[in-house]
Design a protein. Structure first.
Length: 136
């Protein structure tokens, strides 16, 4: 069940006011739509659209990334996934983990770049080097 393609369709970044001292950032990702795709000929594919947002507290800034992934599988599984989406607006756990993690990784990388361009704190905590403590 691989993801064979992905594209970003919308980027939005807005710094509204100065950052508060006790900054909190809430990240959210959601699946907006699932539909059959004919982008890849002779394959059973779904176009799964996602929406990622980073809300900085006190409405000081907002980042948004929208896009989609193309997900291929057997025709039987594609039919089941599409039917579940139409019925409950949900993906199976297995598909959600694969698609959600891929979309989250892609969106977080783009949101880090957007935040940097606006001089905002990264919406994702990044690793940092630390000095070794001297042992006595």
């Amino acid at each position: 069940m691989p993801i064979v393609r992905s594209e970003t369709t919308y980027l939005h970044a807005e710094a509204i006011k100065s950052m508060p001292r006790n900054l909190e950032i809430r990240n959210n990702i959601s699946i907006d739509d699932v539909e059959k795709s004919t982008i890849i000929e002779n394959s059973n594919a779904l176009k799964i659209s996602f929406n990622f947002s980073s809300d900085y507290n006190q409405k000081s800034a907002y980042l948004q990334v929208k896009g989609y992934v193309i997900f291929i599988d057997s025709s039987e599984n594609i039919e089941k996934i599409e039917a579940e989406w139409k019925k409950n607006n949900q993906l199976t756990q297995e598909v959600m983990l694969e698609v959600g993690n891929f979309a989250l990784m892609k969106s977080q990388m783009q949101s880090i770049l957007l935040a940097h361009e606006l001089g905002l704190q990264s919406p994702v905590k990044l690793p940092a080097l630390q000095a070794k403590s001297e042992e006595a």
